[in-house]
Design a binder for this molecule. Structure first.
Ligand code: GTP
Ligand code: SPV
Ligand code: MN
Length: 609
């Protein structure tokens, strides 16, 4: 490699934002790309980049007219999900990262990363993507700039966030702060070396510096590892901003439901990865007269409004949804949005007609497919055609049921919060909390079986506070204190009511004891009627559960006795649960808020009574 090709840095950045120009220059000098390209966000640019990606073999253009202007990508088989064990929170002090995060001294980490990123973009183009999380006309737009050497990331970020020239112009007019988010796939090309379809590196680093609000990601091109506006910024970094500024950055869907009487309620739901957020956000109610509208499917930034109400905003611009299990029969709203086109699919299967397919998309399985690994596939191949964490990436404005309020920079008032996990046993279909503090207790002890959304074992029960375990950018004890403090900052009359849900409980035959999906509207109806003081409930040691006949079963092949079974509380299961919660809380030590310790004592007393 010649000396001069190391010197290919930009001479004039097309921005008056001095800090941005300086950062781009600094990164170019470190990573040594062949070119630096400023992303403008236009359709022409996207057409050009996707054509280049097709040429490079990263994307396949779908030729089935059911998927217009859409592409499929296939990752390296070892780069298919978030990598929690390679994710770091490098706060100045270790105690500020807490026991739920990997930590390394920021000075040491920076110096190590400077080595790793040195020359990392050789032979590649370095793309500069100005973006904003949430509306650009927000009172305080939340800017970021991602630098990446992956055009696939550029095309995906264009779907997932508001990017490009408008953002850059507004950001530089006010010389605004932005979150610098540096990403490299970690696969420099020597002169003449041929590229692969999905460049990445065995060595992966997903690193956050919370005090300076910056992100460094290396080695992966996949989802939350690489689209840095999403989990890295909008949850890990934003949760730190939220702690410091008195708001909440949460892993939640937002759904608006309107009753037959015309009363509207906005419901936020925190479920761990691959536990039903996108599906609930696109709910098709199965009960007469109820209308659902989508506000968000993954992230909810909540601030306290003028009247002390909690207001939620979805900072994203697209859906990055789990493909398997999303189908015409159980989620027509998602399928309609996806088939409008303009989507990027990753690690799904290809049909012989040049479309995509995944398990659960259609009732009938195609006779022949090309699976996500590129192998010929038939229904008796004995393996999945799509990877379990395969994804569709689709603009949110293609969702027909999108609420107009999605565009409101002030967001919507949140009336109810659901915490939910994937549990075969123990946790009832729905439980209303006894109070705000008890609701925080439910959130803090939320548990779920692990899924394919992160690398590692699947199906292991773990505690996942507020579904934020992999995303809390600081000490989890401080995070719970922050949640606890919301009660005194907000108007107590306007605080959302809190419910714990579990769509995944099994019956004695091993099947799901609740039909889920569109029928979850029946549970939401009960929750709303609880808020309105109308629905009946049974007070149990763990909270209020529906009576058998308080859930609307019209048109469903279920009886009130079946409902009672889905909300039954088993003494032995709860004795084991209590022990497990005590072990979980012990990990917090002194950092656990007193109110939660009191809630645990209360639960114990009630269970033992
Ligand atoms: P991330 O995008 O990874 O954060 O996941 P998510 O929380 O958005 O989960 P999603 O809605 O994509 O659902 C994940 C999986 O759970 C899919 O395979 C769904 O088919 C399945 N699922 C979602 N809702 C339900 C439900 O109500 N009942 C059952 N049985 N399965 C569900
Ligand atoms: C999740 O894992 O919660 C996702 C997918 O939504 S990713 O963007 O990869 O984090
Ligand atoms: Mn989702």
């Amino acid at each position: 490699m010649s000396e001069s090709s190391d010197q290919k840095v930009i001479d004039a950045a097309p921005t008056t934002h001095a800090k941005l120009a300086a950062w781009v220059q600094e990164v170019a000098e470190l990573t040594k790309p062949d070119h630096v390209y400023w992303v403008d966000g236009t359709q022409e640019e996207n057409d050009r980049l996707t054509a280049e990606l097709v040429e490079a073999g990263t994307l396949k253009k779908l030729t089935d007219p059911s998927f217009p202007n859409s592409f499929a990508a296939f990752s390296d088989p070892k780069d298919v999900a978030r990598v929690e064990e390679r994710t770091f929170i490098c706060s100045a002090e270790e105690k500020d990262a807490g026991f739920t995060n990997n930590w390394e001294d920021p000075v040491k980490m920076k110096s190590m990363l400077n080595g790793v990123f040195d020359g990392a973009m050789r032979g590649r183009t370095m793309y500069v993507i100005p973006f904003v999380m949430g509306p650009l006309d927000a009172e305080q737009p939340q800017y970021g700039v991602e630098i990446t050497d992956s055009a696939y990331v550029v095309a995906s970020m264009r779907i997932m966030a508001r990017i490009g020239n408008d953002v850059l112009r507004k950001m530089e007019a006010t010389d605004e702060f932005f979150v610098p988010a540096l990403h490299s796939v970690g696969a420099p090309l020597e002169q003449g070396q041929e590229d692969v379809a999905w460049p990445c590196n065995e060595e992966k680093w997903i690193v956050h510096f919370p005090e300076e609000r910056s992100i460094w990601s290396y080695g992966s091109g996949y989802g939350g590892n690489a689209l840095l506006g999403k989990k890295c910024y909008a949850l890990r970094i934003a949760s730190v901003m939220a702690r410091d500024e008195g708001w909440l950055a949460e892993h939640m869907l937002i759904l608006k439901l309107t009753s037959p009487e015309g009363k509207s309620y906005n419901i936020a739901g925190a479920f761990p990865s691959a536990c039903g957020k996108t599906n609930l956000a696109l709910l098709e109610p199965t009960i007469e007269g109820w209308k659902a509208e989508t506000l968000g499917d993954d992230i909810n930034w909540m601030r306290i409004g003028k009247d002390g109400e909690l207001r939620g905003v979805n900072p994203e611009y697209g859906l990055f949804g789990v493909a398997p299990g999303t189908g015409w029969s159980n989620n027509p709203n998602a399928m309609n949005a996806i088939t409008k086109g303009n989507s990027i699919f990753t690690n799904v299967a290809l049909t012989d007609e040049g479309g995509v397919w995944w398990e659960g998309m259609t009732d009938e399985t195609p006779a022949h497919l090309t699976d996500w690994l590129g192998e010929s596939w038939t229904p008796d191949s004995g393996r999945k055609a799509a990877h379990p964490n395969s994804r569709f990436c689709t603009p949110i404005d293609q969702v027909d049921m999108l609420s107009q309020e999605y565009y409101s920079p002030d967001g919507v008032e949140i009336h109810a919060i659901l915490f939910g996990g994937r549990r075969k046993t123990t946790i009832p279909l729905v439980t209303q909390s006894r109070s705000w503090a008890h609701g925080i207790f439910m959130g803090s002890t939320l548990s779920s079986e692990t899924t394919a959304a992160a690398s590692g074992a699947v199906g292991v029960v773990r505690r996942d506070p507020m579904a934020m375990l992999p995303f809390i950018g600081y000490n989890a004890g401080d995070y719970l204190k922050h949640w606890d403090s919301i009660e005194s900052k907000a108007n107590p009359e306007r605080l959302p009511k809190i419910f714990l849900v579990n769509w995944f409980r099994r019956n004695s035959e091993g099947g799901f004891s609740w039909p889920g999906f569109g029928d979850n509207s029946r549970v939401l109806k009960w929750a709303i009627e609880r808020i309105e003081g109308k629905a009946e409930a049974v007070e149990t040691p763990i909270g209020f559960v529906p009576t058998g006949d308080s859930i609307d079963l019209t048109g469903l092949d279920m009886t009130p006795a079946d409902v009672e079974e889905t909300v039954a509380i088993d003494k032995d299961e709860w004795a084991a649960e209590l022990t497990s919660i005590e072990e979980w809380y012990a990990k917090f030590g002194d950092a656990l808020p007193d109110s939660l310790r009191a809630e645990l004592d209360g639960l114990k007393e009630r269970l033992e009574a």
